[in-house]
Ligand binder design. Structure first.
Ligand SMILES: Nc1ncnc2c1ncn2[C@@H]1O[C@H](COP(=O)(O)OP(=O)(O)OP(=O)(O)O)[C@@H](O)[C@H]1O
Ligand SMILES: [Mg+2]
Length: 271
């Protein structure tokens, strides 16, 4: 578990200012969720922390070291499980270990342990296409955690799953996070998911993306999505988001307002 420090991060794509002066410190082992309207810069911020995008100004430190590119200390998990279709489930989970020089025997043992933790050891010899979407995401989670990364970066990892599978994944993630305690940055447009999983929920405003508010979630774990306190906090986050969503909707009604700092037409209106 490693701290992440985001210091005055600004990101421009050409003329367009997408992220403006983002400051956020995530303490070791903390779980921080980022919510905000579509196109506000959530993925861009995560990609800057991952080192997949560089900041136009400002910097990100992981464990005190400036991020200059992707690194094995930060594992990234995206919406679609990016498994290698030609490898078995076990080989997929072994992959990051063998890449970092762990012996094949050791890697297999550790990958099997991880597969047990996500209840998929029976499928070790299957290929990804033989699994359901939820099972594939559990393999991706096992692969993300097998190297015990200090930092786990997740960009809407469960958005493509049906509601029941997503609920099951939330239980898995809470359990695994409590066991391994990586520092997590989790991007989602699902407010309830953010409140259920996060120690804090950071709300990004749009046009350009700025940190609007950070809400602490002091609720015991594991959390239930139907819990009264989860509902109350979700309503509070939704209220904070309403102005931002109105901004995006107004833009979609009147797209001629586009200019620097404003997302392109059809940036989507979900959240
Ligand atoms: N590589 C890129 N080049 C140019 N513009 C980009 C690039 N990546 C993102 N953008 C723009 O930056 C803005 C923020 O995009 P980003 O993907 O970070 O939004 P988001 O908050 O993750 O949205 P969503 O909830 O829809 O995933 C958008 O207007 C997008 O068009
Ligand atoms: Mg995104």
């Amino acid at each position: 578990m490693k701290p992440i420090t985001i210091e005055g991060v600004e990101k421009r794509f050409g003329e367009r200012l997408v992220l403006d002066a983002i400051d956020l410190t995530i303490t070791p082992g903390e779980f921080v969720c980022i919510v905000g309207p579509s196109g506000c810069g959530k993925s861009t911020l995560l990609n800057v922390v991952a080192g997949l995008e560089s900041a136009s100004s400002g910097r990100v430190l992981v464990d005190g070291q400036p991020v200059t590119g992707p690194g094995p200390d930060r594992t990234v998990m995206f919406q679609e499980a990016t498994l290698f279709p030609w490898l078995t489930v076990l080989e997929n989970v072994c992959f990051p270990l063998t890449l970092s020089g762990v012996s094949a025997l050791d890697a297999r043992a550790r990958a099997m342990d991880m597969l047990r933790l996500v209840h998929l050891s029976r499928f070790a010899s299957s290929r990804p296409h033989e699994l359901s979407g939820g099972m594939r995401q559990r393999v991706a989670l096992a692969r993300a955690l097998v190297g015990r990364p200090g930092v786990l970066l997740m960009d809407e990892p469960f958005a493509a799953l049906d509601a029941q599978t997503r609920d099951a994944m939330h239980i898995e993630v809470q359990r695994l996070w409590l066991e391994f305690k990586p520092t997590v940055l989790f991007v989602t447009h699902n407010v309830r998911e953010a409140v259920e999983l996060g120690d804090r929920v950071a709300i990004l405003e749009t046009l350009p993306g700025r940190l609007k508010e950070v809400i602490e979630v002091r609720l015991p774990r594991p959390r239930d999505p139907n819990d009264r306190d989860v509902n109350i906090l979700s309503a509070r986050v939704n209220r904070a988001l309403k102005d931002e969503i109105d901004k995006v909707m107004a833009l979609e009604r009147d797209p001629d307002k586009t200019g620097p700092g404003i997302p392109p037409r059809g940036a989507g209106g979900h959240i």
